[in-house]
Design a protein around this ligand. Structure first.
Ligand code: GDP
Ligand code: IMO
Ligand code: MG
Length: 427
């Protein structure tokens, strides 16, 4: 099993960090392929808790080489502070590799992210304010700065000046902000060249060679399927492709080399930021899911919006990612509800709809049609096998599997590495 993708099947925060960390001990490389430090992955190892934003979660597994692929946008100041934070805690970060083709998030991207959100007012996306959208916009607009540019001062200066010529007009004339001096940006960026130089590599060559030699490569997605700029709830999305195809473009590894695609699926649904969310609960149940599930953002500290499980979304994730497996997380959070509603289809303008509508207007009008399943009250956090789960918890998992279109191969019953029921091996 040389290459597998692990990605979010909903709107992010499904527990990808924990799942990646769980596999980290058995794989040779863990590769981030998109996004940046908008991600927030909490990993619990024994009594230690780590919050990772930009680094692949495999960095916590000693035998594993963490890689930041070309599809990621890298804020060098965040990268260095995350590395030094881990160094201080005794984590070996020396194996990290960064693609020279990855784009940089510069201070003007972060500024533009924040001011453009403010400018949108009530229509804002609710971004993380980390400069993600503006950095990807520059990449597509061919005025981005790449990691490799840090090592050629003259090219770096030309590129920063070219980018700022336009951006300073926007900042000053549209947003009434002070212009940003190119010299200052260049000086800051040049300061990252030395500390980062040892990490930069031709990651595409290296990963293809590794797969050809039978080594195991895990591609770790940030965000989730419905935050995908092509397949998500546009425009309330992030600016990259967390879906499975992103693993190919974001690393330079072809689809024929990927054998397995695992969707991380929360046993209920959460979302951070603005945008439609058919099963959102604005009542006590929603508050209870938030409290019991600890649903507060790792990156921005915002409360996550919470709702019941949505099988329409899970089916959609199976389809657009070609999922081979699900890893169902946070089943333990549902313990204690007498009955648990699950959304099986939508009602849109009086009609029953089984699949996610492609039209934004229809999705905004979608009302969940629920089936209610019996709950359980027994503590499940110590269960190690499927048979040890209470009958109703087993039935809940089986019902979700039938509705979602791919086998549930693992179940999370707590945040720790060992709080997992493995049904089918991923490797
Ligand atoms: P990610 O962004 O997909 O990596 O997910 P986050 O780390 O943002 O959010 C998931 C949260 O749920 C983290 O605090 C995890 O420690 C926690 N978590 C992961 N799996 C489980 C599980 O099975 N049960 C419980 N109770 N918590 C979990
Ligand atoms: P992980 O990897 C949940 C959301 C933001 C906002 C939208 C766009 O932890 O699952 P951006 O800053 O990316 O331009 O914001 O996307 N968002 C996330 N929501 N989990 C994440 O990452 C997210 N990364 C971005 O809240 O709605
Ligand atoms: Mg998260």
């Amino acid at each position: 099993m040389p290459a597998l993708v692990l990605l979010g099947a909903q709107w992010g925060d499904e527990g990808k960090g924990k799942a990646t960390d769980l596999l980290g001990g058995s794989v040779d490389y863990v590769v981030r392929y998109q996004g940046g430090n908008n991600a927030g992955h909490t990993v619990v190892v024994g009594d230690q808790k780590y919050a990772l934003h930009l680094l692949p979660s495999g960095i916590l597994s000693p035998g594993c080489t963490p890689v930041i692929g070309n599809g990621v946008v890298v804020d060098p100041s965040v990268l260095l502070s995350e590395l030094s934070g881990l160094d201080e805690r005794g984590v070996d970060t020396s194996k990290l590799l960064i693609s020279g083709n990855a784009h940089l998030i510069t201070p003007y991207h972060t500024t533009l992210d924040k001011v453009s959100e403010r400018f949108l007012g009530k229509r804002k996306i609710g971004t993380t304010g980390r400069g993600i959208g503006p950095a990807y916009a520059d990449k597509i607009n061919r005025v981005g700065i790449r990691v490799q540019d840090l090592f050629d001062e003259s090219i770096l200066r030309q590129k920063v000046e070219a980018a700022l010529d336009n951006k300073n007009q926007v900042l000053a004339k549209l947003y009434n902000r002070r212009a940003i001096a190119a010299d200052q940006v260049v000086e800051e960026l040049l300061g990252y060249a030395d500390p980062l130089s040892g990490y930069v590599a031709d990651t595409t060559l290296l990963l293809n060679n590794a797969i050809d030699q039978g080594q195991v490569v895990l591609f770790e997605g940030g965000q989730g399927t419905l935050l995908d700029v092509d397949h998500g709830t546009y425009p309330f999305v992030t600016s990259s492709n967390p879906t499975a195809g992103g693993a190919c473009t974001g690393t330079g590894v072809g689809p024929t080399k990927i054998n397995r695609v695992i969707g991380i699926l929360k046993a209920y649904t959460t979302r951070v930021g603005a945008g439609p969310f058919p099963t959102e609960l604005l009542d006590d149940d929603g508050e209870q899911l938030r409290t019991i599930g600890g649903e507060r953002g790792v990156t921005t500290g915002r409360d996550r919006r919470c709702g019941w499980f949505d099988a329409v979304i899970a089916r959609y994730a199976t389809r657009v990612n070609g999922l081979t497996d699900f890893f169902l997380t946070k089943l333990d959070v549902l313990t204690g509800w007498e009955r648990i509603p699950v959304c099986v289809a939508y009602e849109i303008d009086g009609k029953r709809v089984e699949e996610l509508p492609y039209s934004q207007t229809d999705f905004h009008h979608a009302k969940p049609i629920y089936e209610t399943l019996p709950g359980w009250s027994e503590d499940i956090t110590r269960a190690k096998t499927f048979d040890e789960l209470p009958k109703n918890a087993q039935k809940y998992v089986q019902a979700l599997e039938e509705m979602s279109g791919a086998p549930i191969s693992a179940i999370g019953v707590g945040p720790g590495r060992d709080e997992t029921i493995q049904i089918n091996s991923f490797l």
